[in-house]
Every structure is written in structure tokens, then in C-alpha cells.
Design a protein around this ligand. Structure first.
Ligand code: CP3
Length: 355
């Protein structure tokens, strides 16, 4: 039985709290840095199924985690559609911006499956190597977040240029979203068929989506993708991560009909607990501030317990509110896991005494 997958499907808490960390593959592990050296280009690395699978498994060899997330990136979709995408050392992603219907006409599905083939291959290799109670997570960026990078041409603090273009040319934006819905659904279906037990949609810039665009840019596209994936793969649960969505997080999760939502570290877990019962049944994940984990000490223990106490009795997956940072001390990861396991032991013992 795959603990994390079962929790997402049943929306019932499990005696073992499933635990994994966003962006656990890559960055902070010395064995990852060594493997990374083989490739001048990050996308080349993502396109090697054997090494992508190795990077996926590395954190599970070190830590007692309940899930592996496939090593790839959200920007492989624009690249597979024909947009020029590069990762420059120390600068992050750089893309040839797509800002009009003329630019959009350059993108197509001609080589889409073949350019993305490494991910399903890496998933299938990884599933074979992974023990059967661990979940394998496939993922994609949600259309709004991927569109922000595609239009802006790279990362940004506020994506103002992209958002101005979207406001000026709503038809171009609709066309881009239609393309991304189709591409993302196809990619996720391929991942589920290759062995992903759970799928996750990263909407990392949901917090920058203005209210007037929320339906069109977040709700409708994600809902369509989820519908499409469910038609083909009804057994695969889907997590949605609308980072920065604030108090809208549960409503959004319900509106897109996800099985679970990932929480960032800005929303108060006690607020989530309070409003939880009023909404759609959803599994919850995450919340711990990555910088609290990086800092360690008594604050880390306190925070781990605060999340576990807040979500006691609810279907909860332990995780951080965002990804691992490259400087994360390895022993803080081990420490965090041991706090979760000792809370769990204590809580299961109390349950036996009172039950
Ligand atoms: O979670 C995992 O461990 C699996 C791998 C994974 C990567 N990127 C590998 C990666 C996942 C799930 C992602 C998702 C991703 N990529 C997101 C959504 C999650 C989030 O953090 O909000 C976003 C916004 C991106 C886009 C991206 N990729 C940026 C902005 C950058 C550069 C800055 C950075 O964080 O390093 C990347 C590069 C990237 N993606 C690296 C890795 C391991 C580092 C590249 C390298 O090793 O050279």
C-alpha cells in the first residue's frame, strides 16, 4: 500500500504521517552536486532518464521519506513546444519571450512527446527501483505560472511585464492558456501511465494572479487539466499548489477539484483548520517555513509540532511551504523527520490509551 497515495484518495488521516520535501531532489545534497557536474546544461540532465532517476532516488537513500518526486522542471513544457529555454548558472531560467499570437504560432506539438520522453522513462525506471509503500510523484507547472515565465522570458519578482501584456491582449493570453492546458494534460497523463502514483501541479506564482483573472488564469485551466487527467487516469490523485493564494487556498483547491492542496508558509495552519470543515473534502500538505528548517534549533521543533497539532485528525502530509534551499543543513532534515516520527508515536500511543 502506498501511504501518501491512499491518504490523497481517501482523504482520511493515516497513522503514519506521510512526509516528503518539495525540491528534495537536487540542490542541497553533495551527491546531487556531483551528478550535476556531468552536465553543462540543466535541461540535458533532465533529458537523461538514468541520471534523472538517480537524482530522484538520492534523497530516499539518505532519509526516511514517503515519496520521491521525479527530477525535472516546470519549464520542460515550453521547451518541448519549441520555445528556446536555457538555465544560466547563477541567473536562473532564460526564455525567448512569447508575447503575441505571432510568437505563439511558432509553438506546436510536432516534437512534443519525443522531447519529453525522458520524464516517463525516468518515472518507469524509478518506480521499479522504489519500494512499494513509497509514492512516486510526477509534476508539471500550472498554466498561469508557466505562462508567466513564457511571456516574461525568465524569472521575476512581480512578472509586471508579463501581466501588462496579458491585460493588453486577452485573446493572446486565452490562446496561450488553451495551448498550455492541452500540453500539461498530455504530459501529466504520460507521467501517470509511466508509473507516477500521484501528480502535482505547481502554481508557484498564484499569489501574483490578480482577482479579475483568477477564474480565467487559475481555476478554469487547472480544473480542465484535472478533468482531462481523470478521464484517462481516474486512479491517480492530484495535488494543487497555489502558492501565495492566501485565504483562497482551500476554495481554489475545491474549485479545481483537486484531491489535495499544498500550503505555503504564509497561511496560518490554525486558520486553515478553522475553515477546513466548511469546504470540499481535501487532503492538506506542507506549511513549514524552509528558513525555519534551515535555521534549526528549538524553533524548528516548535514549528513541526505546531503544524502536526493544527492538522491532527485531518488528512495531512508533512512538507515545507516551499522548496529546499541549496544551503539546507542535512542534519536539520534528519532532525525534522525525527520530530515528525516522535510526534506520531506519541499521538498513536494516546489514541490507544483513550480509544
Ligand atoms: O522537487 C524536486 O526535487 C524535483 C525537481 C524540481 C526542479 N524544479 C528541479 C530544479 C521541481 C519540482 C521543480 C519545479 C520548479 N521549477 C518550480 C515550481 C516549484 C517552486 O519552487 O516554486 C519552478 C518555479 C521552477 C522554475 C525554475 N527551475 C527556476 C526559477 C530555477 C532556477 C532557480 C533555482 O531554484 O535553482 C530552476 C532550476 C532548477 N530546477 C534546479 C533544479 C534542481 C537547479 C538547476 C541546476 O542544478 O542548475
Amino acid at each position: 500500500m502506498i501511504i501518501l497515495e491512499t491518504l490523497l484518495k481517501t482523504k482520511k488521516p493515516s497513522p503514519r504521517i506521510p512526509l516528503w520535501f518539495m525540491r528534495q531532489a537536487g540542490r542541497f545534497l553533495p551527491e546531487y552536486r556531483e551528478l550535476r557536474q556531468k552536465y553543462p546544461s540543466f535541461l540535458e540532465f533532465c533529458r537523461n532518464p538514468k541520471d534523472a532517476s538517480e537524482a530522484t532516488l538520492q534523497p530516499l537513500k539518505r532519509f526516511d521519506l514517503d515519496a520521491a518526486i521525479i527530477f525535472s522542471d516546470i519549464l520542460v513544457i515550453p521547451s518541448a513546444l519549441g520555445q528556446k529555454v536555457e538555465f544560466l548558472a547563477g541567473e536562473g531560467p532564460k526564455l525567448a519571450p512569447i508575447t503575441s499570437d505571432q510568437d505563439l504560432a511558432l509553438l506546436n506539438f510536432d516534437h512534443f512527446e519525443e522531447r519529453l520522453q525522458a520524464t516517463p522513462e525516468a518515472l518507469s525506471l524509478t518506480r521499479q527501483a522504489l519500494s512499494k509503500e513509497k509514492a512516486l510523484i510526477g509534476f508539471a507547472g500550472a498554466p498561469w505560472t508557466v505562462a508567466c515565465y513564457m511571456i516574461q522570458g525568465g524569472g521575476s519578482k512581480n512578472f509586471d511585464e508579463a501581466r501588462l501584456i496579458i491585460a493588453k491582449d486577452p485573446i493572446f493570453f486565452d490562446n496561450l492558456m488553451t495551448l498550455l492546458v492541452e500540453a500539461t494534460a498530455r504530459y501529466l497523463i504520460a507521467q501517470a501511465k509511466a508509473g507516477a502514483d500521484v501528480l502535482k501541479l505547481f502554481d508557484s506564482w498564484a499569489g501574483l494572479c490578480p482577482a479579475w483573472l483568477t477564474e480565467k488564469a487559475l481555476v478554469q485551466p487547472v480544473q480542465k487539466i484535472i478533468e482531462r487527467v481523470r478521464e484517462d487516469c481516474p486512479e491517480t490523485p492530484i495535488l494543487y499548489f497555489p502558492r501565495g493564494a492566501g485565504e483562497k487556498v482551500l476554495t481554489l483547491g475545491g474549485a479545481v477539484k483537486a484531491d489535495g492542496v499544498a500550503l505555503d508558509h504564509f497561511i496560518d495552519p490554525l486558520f486553515v483548520r478553522e475553515v477546513y470543515s466548511k469546504g470540499a473534502p481535501l487532503a492538506l500538505q506542507g506549511g513549514l517555513d524552509p528558513l525555519v528548517m534551515a535555521a534549526g534549533g528549538p524553533q524548528l521543533e516548535k514549528e513541526v509540532y505546531r503544524y502536526l497539532d493544527a492538522f491532527k485528525g485531518l488528512p495531512y502530509i508533512f512538507n515545507m511551504g516551499h522548496g529546499m534551499i541549496p544551503s539546507m543543513p542535512i542534519d536539520h532534515v534528519t532532525q525534522t523527520i525525527s520530530y515528525v516520527r516522535s510526534w506520531e508515536k506519541e499521538s498513536n500511543r494516546n489514541l490507544k490509551i483513550t480509544g
